[in-house]
Design a protein around this ligand. Structure first.
Ligand code: IPM
Ligand code: MN
Length: 351
């Protein structure tokens, strides 16, 4: 039997609650589809930091490198200054584990939850391949004359040929795997960012030559936002840099029904990947058993897929689709008609 070693980081706020529902579904999928996961819990997050001053010990980073995958609940704590945990945990892991793709499916499971007029399930079904280790997220830059009238702040976007090409390759492979419109759209800003997106555009067309079966398209990031609202059915795979990817995937998430359903995978195809709901730690709902765990369950199904248990992943996704379509009143915390744990139970029952 295939056995996988999974590190579980419940993290902050509602993170542990939603991760528990994902694990519940994982357990059910294991017995049904004949694989096994050994889970190891890691206590990382805002509470640990406030108690011990430790954000993410180097020893844990080294340990995490030995797992087959990492399953993450949420990172972010109201009593910790913004940026500390995000940079110290989430971004550090993405960088040190070289998870160079952030894969964000934008899939509408039920048209009742779509805020766009006249759009249905068949119109919203694409993935964003966001570069995950470069761009504005590198932390390159700094201040001079800080806190004076002459202050200068510089934040640079780092784009490397190697970084861009591996991400673009992944996007073309996704288009093949999805086998839908077989189109990859580069989302950039070639009319203004004439260095960074010149590199992206040249690399995109060079890589495309390896995929003659896949069509290419291009849209500026501002126009991409417009089309994601007006004609989302145009998209199959969108590839873009880290910052644009961050922004457009929140827009994508709301078109699929919101943070309650949006999942992401931080992927290193040759290493350890990490899967997470993208909604954050939702402090005001913590401990109330009202948060929607579907995003975490979708993240779990992505993880199971990347581990190689594709049948199980498809079954989990089908169950989510069914429960979302037939049971839930909304996808929002507290108004679903079911508690967090009940939603997890429903996904298990329908598996
Ligand atoms: C995301 C989040 C993170 C990001 C934050 C929490 C650092 O918004 O995963 O999209 O900007 O990448
Ligand atoms: Mn984001």
């Amino acid at each position: 039997m295939n056995t996988y070693k999974i590190a579980v980081i419940g993290g902050d706020g509602t993170g542990p609650e939603v991760a528990a529902e994902g694990i519940k579904v994982l357990k059910a999928a294991e017995s049904k589809f004949g694989f096994k996961c050994e889970l190891v819990d890691y206590d990382i997050g805002g509470d640990r930091y406030l108690k011990t001053g430790e954000i993410l010990p180097d020893s844990i980073v080294e340990e995490l490198k030995t797992f087959d995958s990492i399953y993450l609940g949420a990172i972010g704590h109201p009593d910790v200054k913004p940026g500390v945990l995000e940079k110290g945990i989430l971004l550090r892991l993405r960088f040190e584990l070289d998870q160079y793709v952030n894969l964000r499916p934008v899939i509408l499971f039920d048209k009742r939850f779509c805020p766009l007029k006249d759009k249905t399930e068949k119109d919203i079904d694409y993935v964003v391949v966001r570069e995950n280790t470069e761009g504005l997220y590198c932390g390159a830059g700094g201040f001079t004359k800080k806190d004076t009238e002459n202050e200068v702040a510089i934040q640079e976007s780092i784009n490397t040929y190697k970084g861009v090409q591996r991400c673009v390759h992944f996007a073309f492979q996704q288009a093949r795997k999805r086998n839908k419109q077989k189109t990859v759209t580069l989302c950039g800003k070639t009319n203004v960012l004439t260095f960074a997106f010149d590199l992206w555009e040249r690399t995109f067309h060079k890589v495309a030559k390896n995929y003659p079966d896949i069509k290419t398209d291009y849209a500026h990031v501002d126009a991409t936002c417009m089309w994601m609202v007006k004609n989302p059915e145009w998209f199959d795979v969108i590839v873009t840099d880290n910052m644009f990817g961050d922004i457009i995937t929140d827009l994508g998430a709301i078109t699929q029904g919101g943070m309650g359903i949006a999942a992401g995978g931080n992927i290193n195809p040759d290493g350890v990947s990490m899967f997470e709901p993208i909604g954050g730690s939702a402090p005001k709902y913590t401990g109330k058993n009202v948060i929607n765990p579907m995003a975490a369950i979708c993240a779990l199904s992505m993880m199971v897929d990347i581990l190689g248990e594709e049948k199980a992943a498809k079954a989990i996704e089908a169950s989510v689709r069914k429960v979302v379509g037939e049971k839930l009143d909304t996808l929002s915390a507290g108004k679903m008609g079911y508690s967090t744990t009940q939603v997890g139970d429903l996904v298990v029952e329908n598996l």
